[in-house]
Design a protein around this ligand. Structure first.
Ligand SMILES: C[S@@+](CC[C@H](N)C(=O)[O-])C[C@H]1O[C@@H](n2cnc3c(N)ncnc32)[C@H](O)[C@@H]1O
Length: 240
């Protein structure tokens, strides 16, 4: 399974997608674009709900995988700030887990505003990397390691700015909701924990010894059923 498929198969991912569809509130026959569609899970589900869905991703390999998952949908390889779609042509716009990858969300939201018809619905969001809870006997060290995880993203705290960005772009009725995933299986988070600790060492925030001892404690917690992480995702919905 590819990385993009793994994130859509994680526990809680299907519920999060369903929550994003509720924020959109689109009826059968409506048009919707899923930007940064990744492996196409949302495109396929929205198409099954009777929507006319277009998937867009900057990565041709992602679009290929998505096309297999949703053969009836339309796809484009394109950047979120330059969509090959007509002005005011869409009833719905969805982009999840994209904004931490962008230097600046403003051109992408301006493009969403351009392609949505007046009254059309938008849902954007993702994980805010400054907003992650991991239980540990050394919480200060954990906070520094979380900074390591943040350092791996272009804009780790972009999601919290989306309400502002939508309002500034002229969207109305902007609403923010939080969907938290509670993880008690250490295995499920182990790759991210290792990546975070590795990044913190790379950034000279901690020593390799600190990283090893922290990772060791997290594994022991996992073996004793004492692992706990809470990963919140923000969804921001609005009307054009
Ligand atoms: C973390 S994945 C998220 C996929 C899916 N939206 C989800 O929630 O699981 C990020 C996706 O965004 C795509 N991407 C990154 N920057 C992009 C951009 N500027 N425009 C369009 N797609 C982009 C990547 O190729 C990747 O498929």
């Amino acid at each position: 399974m590819s990385f993009l498929e793994q994130i859509e198969e994680r526990p809680g991912a299907a519920e999060l997608r369903a929550a994003s569809y509720r924020v959109l509130g689109l009826k059968r026959g409506a048009s919707c674009v899923d930007v940064a569609c990744g492996a196409g899970y949302a495109v396929a589900e929205l198409a099954r709900k009777g929507l006319k869905v277009t998937g867009v991703d900057a990565d041709p390999a992602a679009v290929e995988a998505a096309r297999l998952r949703a053969p009836g949908a339309m796809f484009h390889v394109a950047h979120s700030a330059d969509l090959p779609l007509e002005d005011e042509s869409m009833d719905g716009y969805r982009a999840l887990r994209l904004f931490h990858l962008l230097e600046d969300p403003v051109p992408t939201i301006a493009e969403a505003h351009r392609v949505l018809r007046p009254g059309g619905r938008i849902v954007v969001g993702g994980q805010d990397y400054g907003f992650l809870l991991i239980d540990s006997s050394d919480q200060d060290l954990t906070d520094v390691i979380c900074l390591g995880l943040e350092s791996r993203a272009v804009s780790p705290r972009a999601t919290r700015t989306l309400r502002d960005v939508l309002l500034d772009a002229g969207f109305q009725d902007v609403e923010v909701s939080v969907h938290s995933q509670v993880v008690t299986e250490h295995q499920q988070m182990a790759p991210q924990l290792k990546a975070a600790a590795g990044a913190a060492v790379e950034k000279a925030l901690i020593t390799q010894q600190d990283a090893d001892s922290w990772l060791g404690e997290q594994s022991r917690r996992g073996r004793r059923d004492r692992f706990l992480a809470v990963v919140p995702t923000l969804l921001v919905g609005a009307r054009r």
